[in-house]
Design a protein around this ligand. Structure first.
Ligand SMILES: [Zn+2]
Length: 301
């Protein structure tokens, strides 16, 4: 089946993991394809989550200026248009992009402005998720969620936590998630990739997110899967356009798209897929119209 013409929804997409060759070449003229592949794309297999995250560093270093952030955002919208994506949620950690003098608020403003331009150019509808990181302090997480609140009318649609789960210190981020709940900011959280179901339970307990990102290892705990399937859907505001999900083999360069993909299970069904990947999703009538690019989001339904 040719999925290329299907309209798609992309709900798990990292800005700093999606740099195209043209953007990198603009800031590093003369970079070879081989060097680009080595430094800006993930290998077929990473050793673990820490190994994977270490490969994003060059992208972060590049995305430290208004010009680079704008170019990357516009390029990503063009990539999504080429994939026939009709709605996307793009996430990034604003505090990672302040190494050359930008304030975190300026970073959000730049990406938000670029997103609006890109939407106008491509017709792809999109929102932003602002990420804190697992190794951040309580203050840094609060700063990030405050930005999500401040910019919620400028295409910021939610708050997320990402980063290395082995640097886990959930208590540090409880206040930020509490702030989000108090202000009705939709939340997601990466969990389970490094520490398995235990991490997902912990994340649900401390943060109460509407969605779990990369929660593929929930399959190791049937009680957890049962809980996720039965839990009422709390966050349609992030994903109101979704209808169905389907595995989608894609050729592009995003780290996440290379490592984790989604799978559709009709009507709340769940099963362990052949290759260790998992996706479970409530099916919302009317019947299938949209196809989501798989990216490992696991909804707490
Ligand atoms: Zn992710």
């Amino acid at each position: 089946m040719d999925f290329s013409e299907w309209p798609k929804i992309e709900l798990h997409l990292h800005l700093d993991c999606s740099l195209g060759f043209a953007v990198v070449n603009e800031f590093e003229p003369g970079i070879t394809t081989a060097d680009f592949q080595h430094r800006f794309t993930a290998p077929p297999k990473c050793q673990n989550l820490s190994d994977f995250l270490s490969r994003v560093e060059d992208s972060i270093q590049l995305l430290q200026t208004e010009r680079a952030l704008t170019a990357a955002t516009l390029d990503l919208l063009a990539q999504l248009q080429a994939d026939n994506v009709i709605y996307a949620e793009i996430r990034f950690a604003p505090l990672l992009h302040t190494q050359k003098g930008l304030a975190a608020a300026e970073v959000v403003e730049i990406v938000s402005d670029a997103l609006a331009i890109g939407i106008g150019q491509t017709g792809v509808e999109a929102g932003l998720l602002l990420c804190t990181l697992r190794n951040y302090s309580a203050e840094q997480s609060l700063e990030t969620v405050h930005l999500a609140h401040r910019f919620r009318h400028r295409r910021v649609v939610g708050f997320d936590i990402a980063g290395d789960e082995l640097a886990e210190n959930p208590q540090a981020h409880e206040a930020a998630y509490a702030f989000a709940r108090q202000h009705a900011i939709p939340c997601t959280a990466h969990a389970g990739e490094a520490r398995g179901p235990e991490s997902i339970w912990e994340t649900l307990r401390y943060f109460q997110p509407g969605r779990i990102g990369h929660g593929v290892r929930c399959v190791e705990d049937p009680a957890l899967v049962d809980y996720l399937v039965k839990k009422p859907h709390p966050s349609r505001s992030l994903s109101h356009q979704q209808r169905t999900n389907q595995r989608f083999p894609h050729p592009r360069r995003s780290y996440h798209r290379q490592t984790i993909s989604g799978r559709y299970f009709p009507g709340h069904q769940y099963r362990r897929p052949h290759d260790g990947e998992c996706y479970a999703q409530r099916r919302i009538p009317p019947p299938a119209k949209y196809l989501r690019l798989g990216a490992g989001a696991f909804f707490a339904l």
